[in-house]
Design a protein around this ligand. Structure first.
Ligand SMILES: Nc1ncnc2c1ncn2[C@@H]1O[C@H](COP(=O)(O)OP(=O)(O)OP(=O)(O)O)[C@@H](O)[C@H]1O
Length: 248
């Protein structure tokens, strides 16, 4: 079976800075990967490359057997993405924005509106009918970005920090949605700094440090010693313990 996602020697340089450094990995369909790393490790850059927002310096990306560079539109039809900055159109209302996104995927308006209503209901998103996205709270914007990533029924979903700024009740709902997608064979990749969430949700872990893949595999295999994900993470990416401020 073709991997759902395959990165082959993926590298991204910004001038002298190598943000992603020769990363290779493959995910089976239905995998659920937690992509971890410290601030600046290269997680968002990796997700931007696999969703076609950034061109790799070198290396290849294949999604469901399709080469992203050779066939970008075919890949984009199969994937859903929630980028770091959410990339919403602030001067539209949430439903108008989802119409825009759904039409880009060639969906009929009735189907878009039905799914939008179901997504808003499930995520407890109830903006005023005329409220523009610009006036939504941070968490509401996150929810709209998640709706936009899912509305067309993608086979592979990339989510950059989906739980950041989300209340605990909605977090629970999002976890349930993501687990349901995985049960239906959707492949998921998410980044998060909330290790407890990743530990519960993602059977597969990749740890980036300074752009390099320091660990990749099933969580249970990576932490053979029975340590927590936090201990595994700190052990792999190092980092001296600091905390005392000289003036406090
Ligand atoms: N457009 C850019 N131009 C120059 N440098 C960039 C650019 N985008 C990212 N970088 C650099 O690449 C490195 C990786 O950044 P990236 O945003 O991928 O990290 P991250 O792991 O997502 O971090 P965080 O957890 O803080 O979101 C950083 O050093 C960042 O400054």
């Amino acid at each position: 079976m073709e991997p759902a996602l395959e990165l082959v020697n993926l590298t991204k340089r910004f001038g002298d800075k190598t943000a992603v450094d020769d990363v290779s990995l493959a995910l089976e369909p239905g995998a659920f990967l937690g992509l971890l790393g410290r601030n600046g490790a290269g997680k968002s850059t990796t997700l931007k490359m696999v969703t076609g927002l950034l061109k790799p310096t070198t290396g290849r990306i294949r999604v469901l057997g399709l080469d992203l560079e050779a066939d970008p539109l075919a890949v984009k039809r199969q994937i859903g993405a929630m980028p770091e900055d959410m990339a919403l159109l602030d001067m539209l209302t949430g439903p108008q924005y989802l119409r825009f996104v759904g039409r880009m995927y060639g969906m009929p308006d009735a189907l878009i509106d039905g799914r939008q209503a179901e997504l808003f209901d499930t995520l407890d998103l109830a903006p005023g009918p005329k409220t523009l996205i610009a006036d939504y709270s941070f968490g509401m914007k996150k929810k709209v970005a998640l709706c936009a990533a899912l509305i067309h029924g993608p086979k592979v979903v990339f989510l950059d920090e989906p739980f950041e700024g989300i209340d605990p009740v909605t977090s629970r709902t999002i976890k349930d949605i993501l687990q349901g997608l995985q049960r239906n064979g959707v492949t998921l990749v998410l980044t998060s700094h909330i290790l407890e969430v990743v530990e519960k949700l993602c059977p597969l872990i990749a740890i980036l440090d300074e752009g390099q893949l320091k660990g990749f595999g099933p969580l249970d295999e990576l932490r053979r010693g029975g340590e927590s994900l936090e201990q595994l993470f700190v052990g792999l990416v190092g980092g001296a313990q600091k905390g005392a401020l000289s003036w406090l």
